[in-house]
Design a protein. Sequence first.
Length: 214
Amino acid sequence: MPSISGSRSAAETAYQHVKQAIITGRLPGGRLVTESEISEELGISRTPAHEAFLRLSGERLLDLAGRRGAVVTPIAPREAQDVLEMRQVLEGEAARRVVAEGGPSDDLVRTLTQCLEEQQVHLDAADLEAFVAVDEIFHSAVVRASGNAIAVHFFTLLRDRQQRLRHQLLTTRPQHLPVVVEDHRELLGRLSAGDAAGYVAVLADHVARHQGAM
């Protein structure tokens, strides 16, 4: 009999595996996925796969379909719009606070500069998954730097949906990849110059590209 800890580990593995596949678009919205499919891929029993499906259903990433398995929940246009609006508000206000409290710290500037450098490397290597991961680090760093714990909390709650939208945009419109890097360079410049209004304006254009991909 498998140990309880082993069963939990297998369920967590299945959960992370399916969740990442959904976020990156390897399992697109509307795709039927079965417990047996996942258990065979990972070499586990169907029980932890079932537990993972229940958990992902609770997060509205899967719609359970009885014995057939589950269907990957598509991102509804209204939901995407809501996520992007909240993301823009949270990050924009965070940038305003950073500027109002003396501007970005040296640590924040270093973090954002490193993100720019890493994204250029990933762009040159055509590594979309790594590119998107760094994209999230860039924007969340600004929100964290504001010191607003509530904003950080809500921004974190939006993370998975933001990542799905980023993958959706950049997979269907790869020509936007270099534009994203330039946007980030402009955002860093505005923040460093203490131009909160300019940061918010560039961010609005940046987010609008996601809306155009919906």
